[in-house]
Unconditional design. Structure first.
Length: 414
């Protein structure tokens, strides 16, 4: 951070900054003094504003030198840089499924993108009872195109290695992922907390299960050592804005190269959290359908992209095997992504219930006993998944276990 140039922007400073960007000022229309500046910060890390004029509106995000919700937790400012680079990398690969990049300021650490004020955060929409069956397959399409297009399957290794080097510098946010998702929940740590003491026996079961801890250790190693593609890195239902017909993935500041199943698992894990937070059986069936639709879309889109590259562009790795051998190799790779998806879904559920950053899905349940029971159900399911990873090999297996655990009701601590 350069202390002579960086400053936290207020409404007047935001108007002055945007006024100096002719293309964006024209997009807003009218004089800067009349532009509306409204803070809509919702996440844990950054300040976010909507800036609107007579013609249009943009979204402005500024990194802070600390976590927004905890000023004592100091943070580097470069997360908006990595988000801007992620957006520029994936937007051409998945057009219409992210926000339009408009501007990045490297001194103020400000990113400006198109406004999605007509959309709703997916988590909020689900909590309000929205049934949007097109969202999950669109996310599957996004992950397939973004991951395939940034991998060695689609690009020369020189390009991929250059991108890896750039995103490998996103150390602070990768450390947050490692600690909050893959480490803290499995030990005593002051950042952990859970709402109901009834969950404590399940937490102790998880922390004393050798099979579970070994599974998490393996997932941790894969996260750090399998740079298959550029990840969003935090693909939960709060990082997606949607309407019934249009879906956009936002907030790519955690971007890093890693295993493709990580993004898949984050999304699936958050759908599972919604599943357990929704006692209504019809809504639960809809969530099961969404998980299946996401995986089907991802699987088919990824394989279609792969088979269309049988004669890949110059400089990419040309296949050495064709016909049945190639099909077997592709299926093995997809099975590997499936295994990662299931495992990372499990750790995402656990960290969202007992770790630092929870979700709001359960907060709308008025009855405290029912709310605790729903959380216990989700936590018990994640524990079950991680203990039995070798037995859950397909999405059909995963959904069958999920439906069985959902019907079983409360997890009974041993």
């Amino acid at each position: 951070m350069n202390p002579t140039t960086y400053r936290t922007l207020d409404a007047a400073a935001i108007r002055a900054l945007v006024a100096g960007l002719p293309a964006i000022a024209s997009r807003l229309g009218g004089p800067p003094a009349q532009w509306r500046v409204r803070e809509v910060s919702d996440g844990n890390l950054n300040n976010v504003f909507l800036v609107g004029g007579v013609k249009g509106e943009v979204c402005l995000k500024q990194a802070l030198p600390h976590v927004r919700v905890d000023p004592t937790w100091k943070m580097p400012l470069d997360r908006t840089f990595f988000e801007s680079e992620w957006l520029r990398a994936v937007q051409p690969l998945a057009p219409g499924l992210t926000t339009e990049f408009l501007h990045y300021d490297p001194e103020l650490y400000v990113l400006i993108v198109e406004s999605l004020s007509g959309h709703t955060v997916l988590r909020t929409a689900l909590m309000q009872g929205a049934r949007w069956p097109g969202v999950a397959p669109r996310i599957g399409t996004f992950v397939a195109h973004a991951s395939f297009g940034t991998s060695l399957l689609a690009r020369p290794f020189e390009d991929v290695f250059t991108a890896r080097r750039l995103f490998s510098a996103n150390l602070a946010l990768t450390r947050i992922t490692l600690d909050l998702v893959l480490d803290d929940p499995y030990r005593d740590h002051p950042r952990n907390h859970w709402h109901d003491p009834a969950l404590t026996p399940i937490v102790l079961d998880i922390r004393s299960s050798a099979a579970t801890l070994l599974a998490v250790e393996n997932l941790r190693r894969r996260f750090l050592s399998q740079p298959q593609a550029l990840l969003h890195g935090d693909l939960h239902t709060g990082s997606i804005m949607s309407t019934a017909d249009d879906t956009r993935v936002i907030d790519g500041e955690f971007a890093v190269y890693g295993p493709i199943g990580f993004d898949c698992g984050m999304f699936v894990g958050n759908l599972v959290l919604h599943y357990f937070a929704t006692p209504d059986s019809a809504a639960r069936q809809a969530t099961l359908h969404d998980i299946a639709a996401f995986w089907h879309s991802f699987h088919e889109e990824f394989l279609t992209l792969w088979t269309s590259h049988e004669t890949p562009p110059p400089g990419t790795l040309r296949p050495l095997a064709y016909g049945p051998a190639a099909r077997v190799a592709r299926q093995r790779f997809m099975n590997e992504i499936m295994a990662d998806t299931i495992g990372f879904a499990g750790v995402e559920i656990i960290r969202r219930i007992i770790g630092y950053a929870h979700t709001a899905d359960f907060d709308i349940i008025a009855d405290p006993r029912q709310r605790a029971a729903c959380r216990a159900g989700a936590l018990g399911f994640a524990y079950h998944v991680l203990e039995h990873l070798d037995e859950i090999r397909t999405m059909a297996d995963f959904l069958r276990h999920l439906a069985e655990q959902g019907r079983a009701g409360l997890h009974e601590p041993r």
